[in-house]
Design a protein around this ligand. Structure first.
Ligand code: SF4
Ligand code: MSK
Length: 631
């Protein structure tokens, strides 16, 4: 009898969290659930974006009684400045992560810790950028391409080279609207300068710069991150792994890799497989070494190595509360400072590796291209030797986990779709099979589910319920970041979840052997989604704004999400948000990010904090786009 497929419900995940919370109580440490209570209710001025503290005459807060700050800034100015600063913060984080990846390729050598894995992708980029390859050493080419990549961050003239990959129509719009992004650093500095006391007060100009700063990220810094990461560690292709807390293994040395930049986690994965490290684990009484990922580092190493994924953002304290983590090793972004004191309550060793993310109660091992292997070995060795220090009375591993198919890069998607007609995996350079499915109505459209999870709503609930409703209505999903992790925890990356799909999507999943939610990677990999939509628009011969494709961030929390939303909108894709964008104190700002951007770039925000209504809005929007196309 065939096995009946069942998802893991949010209720089951919450029961796991509640059981793990008992461990937090036992060790006397607070976790996010406690801190949410302490921080509630949130400051109403902050929530509406109308608190300004950018000069010491303030902080100034806007109310009916005090409609202007001391300098005369009104609600729109203050909310607009705060909004642009969030976009600039997010663009900085993504882009600097991307820059570190380019530096690793600049430093790469044939016999170093970092080397070229995807030569084809390197040569493709070299050709795109006019770098001579004939008769040259691979690393000479890699070095020159990396230098050009680094130059995109600070060049004094011209626009981002990466934008030439967009459709001609998009490039025209960006030029006409004056938002074609220049050097990444220039756009971020401009944003910070514009928002300085006494500079831009015009909300429209602030929103336009948010679009431009976002574009410098998505069609600049993030795209560099994705591209150079692929060249260094390999372009992801479909593979199988598992997700959720049940991937932790009581019999093994568990090492958790958390953050975003895969420079550290790649080394941990590589060196954990050596006989020396495996023998050390066994000598300490373990059966071996179990590397698991958290947040976007999980996405990076899952899609290249099939490493198991322990979970997303709000799962990070849960992972330590299992009591079986010998070491947690972090790089940058989305790391709770509370990991420090929480790890002290267990035997867990906590390592930070980047000068960008220095956190108290950690052992700081700054990673460089020269010492990467030594850092990895030091962490793995310490973890193995720490296995015997567990406290049995604190151990609880929830047994929920699911199979997950991951690694659907643009190349992976094209290759997999080709299996439908050619019965073998081959990367043809066309999205035509996908377009045929959409025009025929077998698929109604696609939604990019992205972003974090957030205790302002019921964590993971919006992600999972929205995804289930979309796939039931024959809408295929591409997912990144913690949205992809939510899908993984629930079982929606399991190919068997096609039973939850409408008839059309179920048929596509069967023929192409894919799950209905396609894992495209980490949050920088939303640049892949931009290439995907532009690639589909080019192959279809229509504009990106016409595609029955939408973006959705139902539980976003980070500044990076604000930057992402700006470049997705600027690329012509409407973005559906389930969390307010912190500008609600200004009707003018709300109008600018919804109607204003739609007028300038053909797409804008749609905000609804009710997930049921949000998904209905999206289904209606997809059908409206289909009607407009006459399909
Ligand atoms: Fe107040 Fe203006 Fe200073 Fe902001 S810039 S804190 S509104 S005085
Ligand atoms: S990790 S930015 S919580 S997606 Fe990329 Fe997750 Fe959001 Fe961080």
């Amino acid at each position: 009898m065939s096995e009946v497929f069942q998802t893991t419900t949010v209720e089951q995940m919450e029961a796991d969290t509640a059981r793990l919370y008992e461990n937090a109580v036992k060790v006397g440490m607070d976790v996010w659930q406690d801190r949410v209570k302490n921080q509630t209710p949130h400051c109403g001025f902050g929530e509406k974006g109308i608190c300004c503290r950018i000069c010491s005459m303030g902080p100034c807060r806007i109310s009916p009684k005090a409609p202007k700050g001391i300098c005369g800034a009104n609600a729109a100015t203050i909310a607009g400045r705060n909004y642009l600063r969030m976009a600039a913060g997010g663009a900085s984080a993504h882009s600097d992560h991307g820059r570190e990846c380019v530096w690793k390729m600049y430093d790469a050598t044939a016999d170093g810790y970092y080397h070229v894995t995807d030569e084809k992708k390197l040569y493709k980029l070299a050709a795109e950028w006019g770098v001579e390859t004939e008769g040259r050493d691979l690393y000479e080419v890699a070095h020159e391409v990396a230098e050009m990549g680094l130059n995109e961050y600070g060049k004094i003239n011209g626009f981002q080279k990466w934008t030439q990959r967009a459709t001609e129509e998009r490039q025209k719009v960006w030029n006409e609207q004056g938002i074609m992004p220049r050097a990444v650093d220039r756009e971020v500095v401009t944003a910070m300068h514009m928002t300085h006391m006494g500079c831009t007060a015009d909300a429209e100009a602030l929103v336009r710069q948010a679009l431009r700063t976002g574009l410098a990220d998505g069609w600049g810094g993030s795209m560099a991150g994705t591209e150079f990461t692929d060249i260094l560690y390999g372009t992801p292709m479909p593979k199988e792994t598992e997700g959720n807390l049940g991937v932790l293994d009581k019999e093994m040395v568990n090492i958790v890799c958390h953050g975003h930049d895969p420079a550290v986690s790649e080394m941990i994965v590589t060196f954990s497989e050596t006989k020396e490290m495996q023998d050390l684990a066994r000598a300490n009484g373990a059966k071996g070494i179990n590397i698991v990922g958290l947040c976007c580092t999980a996405n990076e190493i899952a899609m290249r190595h099939g490493v198991k994924m322990a979970g997303n953002f709000l799962q990070q304290e849960n992972v330590l509360l299992t009591g079986v983590v010998e070491a947690i090793c972090v790089d940058v972004q989305c790391i709770f400072p509370n990991i420090g004191p929480l790890s002290e309550c267990f035997h867990t060793k906590f390592y930070t590796t980047s000068p960008i993310a220095r956190i108290p109660y950690s052992t700081y091992l700054p990673l460089t291209s020269e010492n990467a292997g030594e850092v990895a070995k030091e962490i793995i060795t310490a973890a193995c030797n720490n296995f015997k220090n567990r406290d049995e009375s604190k151990i609880f591993i929830p047994d929920h986990k699911h199979k997950a198919s991951v690694g659907y890069s643009c190349e992976g998607i094209k290759g997999q779709l080709d299996t439908v007609t050619n019965s073998h995996f081959d990367v043809l350079d066309t999205y035509q099979p996908l377009i045929d499915c959409v025009t025929s109505g077998v698929l109604r459209g696609a939604v990019a589910m992205v972003g974090c999870n957030n205790p302002k709503v019921r964590p993971d609930w919006s992600h999972i319920e929205i995804m289930k409703k979309l796939i039931a209505n024959d809408v295929v999903i591409v997912a990144t970041g913690c949205a992809a992790q939510a899908a993984s925890k629930a079982g929606l990356l399991d190919k068997r979840s096609k039973v939850l799909c409408g008839e059309g999507l179920r048929r596509v999943c069967t023929l192409a052997d894919i799950p209905p939610v396609l894992h495209m990677g980490s949050c920088v990999d939303i640049s892949r989604m931009m290439l995907l939509v532009c690639g589909i628009a080019k192959d279809w011969g229509i504009e990106t704004t016409q595609l029955p494709v939408l973006g959705c961030a139902p539980e976003w929390m980070s500044e990076k999400a604000v930057s992402i939303a700006n470049y997705v909108v600027a690329t012509g894709i409407d973005v559906y948000l389930g969390i307010d964008p912190l500008v609600g104190g200004s009707d003018q700002m709300m109008d600018l990010i919804t109607n204003g951007t739609t007028e300038w770039v053909g797409a804008g925000y749609h905000i609804n904090t009710d997930p049921d209504q949000l998904v209905e809005d999206m289904l209606n929007a997809i059908e409206a786009k289909r009607d407009a196309l006459g399909i």
